[in-house]
Design a protein around this ligand. Structure first.
Ligand code: FAD
Length: 572
């Protein structure tokens, strides 16, 4: 656990920082050459450090760890005092686990004791459609972990401190001031105002980022917002290594989850697109409690469980490729950059990836002292090349399911996918990859396949086929529910007011255009820069690159059955 510092005065010194407690010295501590307390606003002389990172979540702590490792004087400020909790589902997927291993976070007994998840069960209206195994991709683990953020974030922050970053808790950043040769971050703490003048600012301050707002001059569009709430439960039933995802016709396109945390505990929550559920997070809290009471799959596991603490919520901002991630001497990482997969709300892996990519580019730019937008733009390109296709695919799916009048179509799709996955291991593997965000969605599942699934769903509605796979019942053993009734008035016929339909169709058009652009761009870039991405993976795991070629041990090199057995032992 990290040692929480008192919110004492900031005492910037050339090449390092001391706080009043004396417990926060960077590993490469140097005696103070110059003490300023606090730095005067607008002071022209020198920089307090090479990089200031605002935000100590996974993105900020990982970025600080990597910059400090490269020898740059790095100061991380967070408004909270760590260890602090963060509202989250706590699911850490295989790609995120790999990043954590690279940061040296995974080698402790406490880390190994966290609960491993190998399977994910999908339910629609309480019926279990199937159980997907988390696939083995390259050298990544074939499992995820559920790690309470109170622990996870403190462990990554410890890694940053061990690498030499100075961590200052209890300091809220409020404004930034850009000059040609520096950025000054202004803020306040219990001890009063503070200022830090730095060569580079990394904005890692989460989904309500003030750094992103300063850089972009605006708040994220409402279309890009998700609202999610979660609660912890004790005495949860069912397999400890199985996560559950539940879709329901009365709350779609939202979904709820149950992620077992070990020891009979579980993180249970629900997420909704703000634009399709325009009420407050209080209503979402009520929705979660209603779902838990009404959904057979949830009741199956939570029948004898007790809620521990409150239902807490938090907004999320999903990825929008049109918004900038860099400016002069400023970079955004993690949620501040909007790096949330709109399909599943996952963000920890993207927070950790983006921290590494940003630190790579920042290291070169700090060394050459070229910190203008154009020089830092390489980071934005890297994000775009690495995540653009996955995010564009997810945005298209999310835009399609925004049309709640087509819920009958969308809610049949999981049944069709699950039926095929039961008989086709390769298909199951591809679906597992998409669900866990392991490889570019278009290459694994394919737009054609997605369109075919939607088409099949539409045909099955027209022909009056049963909603889910034949002969399937819910965990309670009850028969499949009555013919589909949707949440907006009981009609299964698509039909939207023409203006709403026009807006939705225009959104689909934009999402399709974006995906086509990403596919074309990626193809062009791949043929031009062969090997570029494989070379930028963390040292020692190049063969895990999401962009590596199959023959080099990339995503296609797997043995679902064999690897799964090995990984089960591995995660025990
Ligand atoms: C309900 C819910 C469930 C989720 N479930 C999952 C999941 O299961 N798996 C997954 O991968 N992702 C999940 N996510 C997303 C995940 O929580 C985020 O993607 C992740 O936390 C991003 O990390 P970050 O470091 O970018 O931001 P954060 O973790 O939000 O960290 C930001 C930090 O910045 C600090 N800060 C903010 N403003 C300031 C300021 N002005 N000055 C100083 N410090 C500041 C905050 O105190 C905080 O410590 C979920 C999100 C929600 C809301």
């Amino acid at each position: 656990m990290s040692t929480a510092s008192a919110a004492g005065n900031v005492v910037p010194v050339h090449g390092g920082f001391a706080d009043g407690s004396g417990g926060m010295r960077p590993a490469r501590w140097r005696p103070a050459a110059r003490a300023v307390q606090p730095m005067a606003t607008g002071a022209a002389s020198g920089h307090d450090c090479d990089a200031v990172v605002v935000g100590g979540g996974p993105a900020g702590a990982a970025a600080a760890a990597r910059l400090a490792t490269e020898g740059f004087t790095t100061v991380l400020v967070d408004r909270a005092i760590f260890p602090r909790d963060k509202v989250c589902g706590d699911f850490v997927g295989p790609a995120a686990l790999s990043e954590l291993a690279d940061l040296g976070v995974t080698g402790t007994e406490a880390f190994s004791a966290t609960n491993a998840i190998g399977d994910c069960a999908l339910h629609v209206d309480g019926d279990q459609l199937g159980v997907l195994a988390i696939p083995q991709v390259g050298g990544l683990p074939a499992y995820g972990r559920v790690i309470p953020r109170l622990q996870l974030d403190a462990w990554i922050l410890d890694a940053a401190q061990r690498a030499g970053a100075t961590v200052l808790h209890g300091r809220k950043a409020t404004t930034i001031e850009q000059a040609p040769d520096a950025v000054t971050v202004h803020g306040h703490s219990a001890a009063g105002p503070w200022h830090l003048r730095t060569r580079l600012l990394v904005g890692a301050d989460g989904s309500n980022s003030i750094i992103a707002r300063a850089l972009r001059g605006t708040v994220p569009p409402r279309q890009d917002r998700i609202l999610a709430v979660r609660a912890y439960f004790d005495d949860v039933g069912g397999p400890a290594d199985q996560a559950d995802i539940c879709l329901r016709s009365d709350s779609f396109p939202g979904y709820s989850w149950l992620f077992p945390a070990g020891g009979g505990q579980a993180n249970v929550g629900v997420g909704m697109l703000v634009s399709t559920y325009p009420q407050t997070s209080r209503n979402l809290r009520e929705l979660l409690l209603r779902l838990i009471a009404a959904d057979a799959a949830m009741r199956h596991r939570l029948g004898g469980a007790r809620m521990d603490g409150k239902v807490l919520g938090c907004p999320l901002t999903t990825y929008n490729p049109r918004l900038p991630l860099v400016g002069d001497r400023v970079m955004l990482v993690g949620d501040a950059a909007g790096l949330i997969n709109p399909l599943n709300g996952e963000g920890i892996q993207y927070a950790l990836h983006s921290a590494r990519w940003a630190a790579d580019v920042a290291s070169g730019s700090l060394s050459s002292d070229r910190l203008d937008t154009a020089s830092l733009h390489r980071y934005q390109q890297h994000v775009q090349h690495s995540l653009g296709q996955d995010m564009a695919f997810s945005r298209l799916v999310v835009q399609l399911i925004r049309n709640r009048h087509l819920n009958p179509v969308w809610l049949r799709a999981p049944g069709i996918i699950a039926s095929r996955a039961k008989t086709d291991p390769d298909y199951a593997y591809r679906v597992g990859c998409v669900v866990t965000g392991l490889v570019p969605a278009d290459r694994r599942l394919g737009l054609g396949l997605a369109a075919k699934t939607a088409g099949q769903a539409m045909i099955s509605i027209r022909s009056g086929a049963p909603k889910h796979s034949p002969g399937h019942s819910g965990p309670s053993g009850r028969p499949a529910p009555a013919p589909f009734r949707n949440n907006v008035g009981g009609t299964a016929e698509p039909g939207l007011p023409s203006r709403e339909f026009g807006d939705w169709a225009a959104g689909v058009g934009r999402a399709v255009t974006e995906l086509i652009f990403q596919l074309t761009h990626a193809k062009f870039t791949r043929s031009r820069n062969e090997g570029h991405w494989a070379g930028s993976a963390p040292a020692g795991r190049q063969n895990q690159s999401r962009h590596g070629s199959p023959s080099q041990g990339g995503p296609c090199q797997r043995s679902p059955a064999g690897n799964r057995q090995a990984s089960r032992k591995d995660r025990a």
